[in-house]
Design a protein around this ligand. Structure first.
Ligand code: AQP
Length: 325
């Protein structure tokens, strides 16, 4: 049964997105799985339309460049004609209190209120849109981190409620914890994860950064004054992050990687080389796809068609059972 995963084009893709998610999707994905660029989720906080469009294209190119089968990828907004009505049907099954309990909404809306910027209704309702993403495709497994598990729980509750009240329309999905993957941290502040929409990008390695810039960012990575070449994430988080990146790029156990060095400078040099080697072919394939507009448009259209076909009967069933359409 299919698994569904997504990446939001809220900023340029980072090494964290690649090592922690996309590379794994490409290596471990099964034939029926689907991967999408969640551009509609990127509208829940202030954004620039042209930038969103450009980043969505880049993300689509990245998924394909990483080796995911082209017919397994799509851009979320291409499914708007289906997602719109399904989201409405699900919103009419979701209580206000249920949506208001979403921890991510509480945290993000509190942060916006603190900054005196308006909280968008879309930020409140987007977990229902996420339920529509999942239920439309009949995904039964949704690999998510802790921060998204509650949203999958909501999708489960809505699917069960609809099926119970109106008749069987949806597969009840399950949140699955992805196998331990690299958790890449910000090079300037290893207490934070490497984040594509970080305010300060000095410690963020972007997939499309050129080798000189990658080298500069790694050279300036925060370490410590202890001078101990060991893997101790609690005591030496900056060094541990560099060693983890190196381990993820070279496929070696992190402790084995740590044993090979006698100075921090050597670690940084090795990380720089490994990251450049890891990203170079990816960047070249991505650039090729971004330049070949016809090919990328063709991939996008085909992905949208596959996903639309897959969801069509489920939407039709849901609308019929709900007494509309
Ligand atoms: N630093 C990271 N290390 C490992 N994995 C990461 N992921 C994100 N950052 C790291 C994984 O990338 C996938 C897609 O992420 P997302 O678009 O859903 O958003 P996110 O998790 O919120 O990622 P960002 O980069 O931090 O973006 P913004 O700035 O939008 O919040 C997910 O599988 C995620 O685990």
């Amino acid at each position: 049964m299919p698994r569904l995963s997504a990446i939001t084009p809220s900023g340029p893709a980072t090494l964290g997105n690649y090592l922690g998610a996309i590379r794994r999707w490409a290596r471990e994905g099964r034939p029926g799985d689907l991967y999408f660029v969640s551009d509609l989720h990127g509208m829940t906080t202030p954004y620039h339309p042209q930038r969103l469009r450009a980043r969505s294209r880049e993300m689509l190119a990245l998924l394909v460049a990483a080796g995911i089968e082209p017919e397994q990828v799509f851009v979320q907004s291409d499914l708007l004609p289906q997602l719109g009505p399904l989201t409405w049907v699900l919103e009419c099954s979701c209580s206000f209190g249920e949506a208001a309990r979403m921890t991510q909404f509480k945290e993000k809306s509190a942060a916006r209120e603190l900054a005196a910027t308006p909280v968008r209704v879309g930020l409140f309702t987007y977990p229902v849109l996420m339920a529509a993403d999942i239920l439309l495709q009949g995904a039964d497994e949704v690999p998510v981190g802790d921060d998204q598990a509650q949203h999958v729980e909501l999708a489960r509750a809505l699917a069960r409620r609809f099926n119970g009240a109106y008749g069987e329309a949806f597969v009840v999905p399950e949140a699955v914890t992805p196998p331990a993957a690299a958790r890449v941290r910000d090079l300037s502040d290893p207490s934070r994860k490497m984040d594509k929409s970080a305010r300060d990008s000095a410690g963020v390695l972007f997939v499309m950064d050129d080798p000189d810039l990658l080298a500069r960012k790694v050279r300036r990575a925060v370490t410590d004054g202890l001078g101990r070449l060991e893997y101790r994430p609690d005591e030496q988080p900056g060094l541990a992050n560099l060693l983890e990146i190196l381990a993820a790029c070279t496929g070696q156990p992190v402790r084995a990687v740590a044993a090979g060095f006698s100075a921090y400078g050597e670690v940084k040099k090795a990380v720089t080389e490994a990251v450049i080697d890891e990203l170079r072919p990816l960047r070249e394939r991505m650039r090729g796809l971004l330049e070949d507009t016809t090919e990328l448009d063709r991939i996008r259209k085909r992905g949208a068609m596959v996903a639309t076909d897959r969801g069509a009967h489920r939407l039709a069933t849901a609308l019929r059972l709900a007494g509309v359409g």
